[in-house]
Design a protein around this ligand. Structure first.
Ligand SMILES: [Zn+2]
Length: 206
């Protein structure tokens, strides 16, 4: 792609670094921004810069939060004995949208994926095991997507918990294999949390 301006080229290049944005889409977006009032672009860039500078992760569950403890963890009405283990923040949002779940979350920040060079120590697993060791959690619900990486991650955590006094369950797989949680509709997802099954059963079924 030949550019008439280095400034334009740079903006398009940076935009095209985003997932799912090719060079052509990047160019379209950048030209769109140029047509908008200048203040609009400034608001966008300020929102991103502020997010980057000030973003904070809940010290308990690793959810993005403006406070040390996120609103979910800090809510006295939530059941603190129940923890739903999810891959990322989008899953927290998807499950919250169902209004069917009243426990807490634990955000791993990804899945174990040897192909992508992501091992257990790149994820937020040790703090989870430590939380279970503290003894206040009665049940962990694995809610990772049912991909090979999701299953590997569930199983790894399950093995880490051996000998600890905690029930492990997995969301019922009304969601078809390979579907990401964020794409599941709210009714299906809500139901799959309510109809969760003991984790041991899910290994035998495979
Ligand atoms: Zn939290």
């Amino acid at each position: 792609m030949e550019f008439s301006s280095k400034l334009l080229e740079n903006a398009v290049y940076e935009m095209s670094q985003l997932p799912g944005i090719g060079k052509r889409t990047a160019l379209r977006l950048v030209l769109h921004l140029l047509k908008q009032p200048e203040a609009q672009t400034r608001l966008l860039s300020e929102a991103l810069t502020n997010l980057r500078d000030e973003v904070n992760f809940c010290k308990s569950c690793n959810n993005i939060s403006d406070t040390e403890l996120c609103e979910i963890c800090a809510n006295p009405k939530r059941d603190k004995t129940l923890v739903c283990v999810v891959e990322d923040i989008r899953d927290v949002m998807a499950i919250e949208n169902t209004s069917q779940y009243h426990g807490l979350y634990h955000v791993l920040g990804g899945k174990i994926s040897p192909m992508e060079g992501i091992g257990p120590h790149d994820l937020n697993i040790v703090p989870l095991v430590n939380k279970v060791k503290e003894g206040s959690i009665k049940e962990l619900i694995f809610a990772l997507s049912s991909t090979m990486e999701g299953d590997t991650t569930n199983f790894y955590i399950f093995k880490q918990l051996e000998g600890l006094d905690v029930v492990t369950s997995t969301i019922a797989r009304g969601i078809s294999v390979g579907d990401e949680l964020e794409y599941a509709d709210e009714v299906t997802l809500g139901r799959s949390i309510l109809n969760r099954v003991p984790f041991e059963n899910s290994i035998k079924a495979d």
